[in-house]
Design a protein around this ligand. Sequence first.
Ligand SMILES: [Fe+2]
Length: 315
Amino acid sequence: MKLTNLAATGGILAALLHVGYVRQWFGQAARRCCNSLKTGRIFRFYGMGWLPPGFGANFASKSTEYKRNGVRSVFFKQKACKDGILSYLFGCGGMGKAVAVDVVAGDEEWFVEAADKAKSAITHVIDTHIHADHYSGGRKLAQLMNARYCLHQGARINFPCLQLYDNDVIEVGNVRVEVLHTPGHTRDSVCLLVTDKRRGPEPWFLLTGDTLFVGGVGRPDLTREEDKMAGELFDSLHYKLLTLPDYLEFFPGHQAGSVCGSGLSGKPSSTLGFEKRNNPLLAIKDREQFIRRLTSNLPPRPAEMDQIVLVNTAA
Ligand SMILES: [Fe+2]
């Protein structure tokens, strides 16, 4: 009798455990499904409905005024990455379009989710130059989002991309992005002058890539022509960037901790006016003196630089 009771109790416990296991399994499956939907591995929300990844840019670009959840304004996000690298995502929430800049390999999903939160499709992915210190995630993100991958036309690459020229303009809804070719750190370096057309015709901010940092400037020796490139950097700084208004806020490609320049601040943004007064390298007004100063105290080149450049330029 006791054995029968014991068997019955065991059977009930086993049944309960089985039900619990089944419920847990269904719970996990539901969570996995929701996560997949959220991150776009199965479908992604683009403002016009749930669509497979890659279709967003085409459909969202046809929308006129995107008002879902009240997200209408221009947005801007700075992402601090490892080794002092800074990446960017900005765009027009009203029109549901965004631009990603200097994406690090492995960070692609962050950009996908951040764009989803802003109810925007990434239409352009720009690298401010061929990076020598880290692997770019730009091409992969562009493929994921069916976006255009963009580099300056001077970049020596072995794959097709949207080539950028000096003074090119990219319209992203109410955001205007003007390309400024600023050689010096590399031949193909560009800065991006961004305007929020809803607020006014004046530029809103500047992305300086590795041309100008907070407290420093880009190193000129990565192409092993440091004297020539340091001279070009002086010209890019003094005849292009520093002719822009002093009030203009800029956001660089690196902060302290990077090997792409020396003397960098840990603050990830500044204004041109502040840097004119306090950046020791901008205080040098003589071109030859600037070249001597910049090439006399260079930090070690990035580890695995040749391999990184090879991957970032390979087909
Ligand atoms: Fe760089």
